[in-house]
Write a protein that binds this ligand. Structure first.
Ligand code: GDP
Ligand code: MN
Length: 386
């Protein structure tokens, strides 16, 4: 789960990480009042669940409360398109108004789970700010990585390594070490998958501040964080993903046109590979899970049918706990409730009650091609493309 910058900054403060003074506003008038309280010279920042706002015109340093109000009015209700969003962008419903800082240096600092070492890693760079992606691509030597031992936490020598590695003066060893330790405590306490501060700045008067903040949380740990669930903003999420989550269906929207419905994550991966091998692109990842019932299958199939990008469907079911006849009934029911299906459907089914399942599908009004294995599925998808 993702949250907004202003929410992330509140959590950062709770963990004693310094952030600029400021507040969120959802009307131009509110933005004006906050700016006035802060003395006029402020930064106004669009609050969206995407980075790259600076380059997309979503962040502006203004010199008066009136200007803060005007810029806010120009942002609210619009969609902001950044290199991290699709071409349709994401809607801006709030802005963050905070005191503007005189920046000496922009650094990059993040903690995430490293899939190679299977543990937390601190990533830091002296070249923080809006060009970090280019820095990572062109001068990876400028990116520092320090693994954290989960038993020991952040060690003083690692704090020194990070400080000097970011080209900072010795007097910052202590503040950087404290800040990194605090961020690590936050990362663990809140079950983050990512805690990123970009830029972490050194101000002209020598202070260290988190000027931007991004926190992503492990969805599987949200059950123990009621306080985080409250911060969810579904207006920033894909509506079909929000719908899928309601039914505990693992669904991720992708760019292709082959809607995939599968039971089991490994099988879903194999199905997506098969789709690609057939020269097509999956429209989604969808795993109904091993123990799905007719209703869940039906919900999942409706989600696929609701995606206007889907031009063909590939269903791959292995009947175990979920019997093939139950899956077939779920598919047929969903199709009826959605007023029929116009796109071709390829179904590979095997396992318990496969015969009954196939019969239900072939005697229905659906345009189904029943196949026996993934190779045949690939061929059928290819044929459907023509
Ligand atoms: P992002 O582009 O979505 O990551 O948005 P950021 O919050 O990182 O802001 C983008 C850039 O705006 C930063 O890298 C800074 O250069 C600039 N910026 C943000 N806040 C301030 C500020 O208080 N003062 C000044 N001078 N620049 C700021
Ligand atoms: Mn940033």
């Amino acid at each position: 789960m993702k949250i907004h910058e202003y929410q992330a900054k509140k959590i950062l403060s709770e963990f004693k990480i310094p952030v600029p003074k400021g507040d969120a506003a959802s009307t131009p008038q509110e933005a004006r009042e906050i700016a006035q309280r802060l003395g006029g010279g402020v930064v106004v920042k669009a609050q969206v669940h995407a980075g790259g706002r600076g380059k997309a015109g979503g962040v502006r340093v203004v010199s008066s409360a009136e200007e803060a109000k005007q810029f806010t009015a120009s942002l609210l209700g619009k969609n902001l398109v950044t290199f991290q969003t699709g071409p349709q962008g994401v809607s801006v419903r709030q802005v963050l108004v905070e005191e503007a800082m005189d920046i000496e240096k922009e650094l990059y600092l993040a903690i995430l789970i490293d899939s190679q070492s299977l543990g937390p890693v601190i990533v830091a760079s002296e070249a923080g700010g809006m060009e970090i992606e280019q820095v990572a691509a062109r001068s990876p030597g400028k990116i520092l990585q320090v693994q954290v031992d989960p038993v020991l936490g952040v060690q003083p020598f690692q704090g020194r390594k990070l400080t000097y590695g970011m080209g900072l003066k010795p007097e910052l060893v202590r503040p950087i070490t404290d800040l990194v330790s605090n961020l690590y405590q936050l990362f663990v306490a809140k079950d983050c998958s990512l805690a990123e501060i970009n830029p972490l700045v050194v101000t002209k008067d020598g202070r260290l501040l988190a000027l931007d903040a991004k926190l992503n949380f492990d969805d599987d740990a949200l059950f123990r964080h009621g306080e985080l669930r409250e911060l969810q903003d579904t207006s920033q999420e894909d509506p079909l993903e929000v719908e899928a989550a309601k039914y505990d269906i693992q669904y991720i929207k992708l760019d292709g046109d082959v809607g995939c419905m599968v039971n089991g994550a490994g099988l879903a991966m194999a199905t997506m590979d098969t789709t690609k091998k057939a020269g097509a692109e999956p429209a989604n990842f969808l795993d109904v899970g091993g123990g799905a019932d007719e209703q869940k299958i039906s919900q999942a199939f409706k989600i696929i049918l609701s995606d206007p990008k889907v031009k063909r469907i590939l269903i791959n079911i292995f009947g175990g706990i979920l019997r093939c006849d139950v899956a077939a009934r779920g598919i047929v029911t969903a199709a009826q409730e959605m007023g029929g299906v116009k796109v071709p459907i390829v179904v590979r089914m095997s396992g318990t009650n496969v015969k009954e399942g196939r019969e239900i599908l072939s005697s229905s009004a659906l345009k189904v091609t029943l196949v026996n294995d993934l190779g045949e599925a690939a061929k059928a998808i290819k044929t459907s493309i023509g």
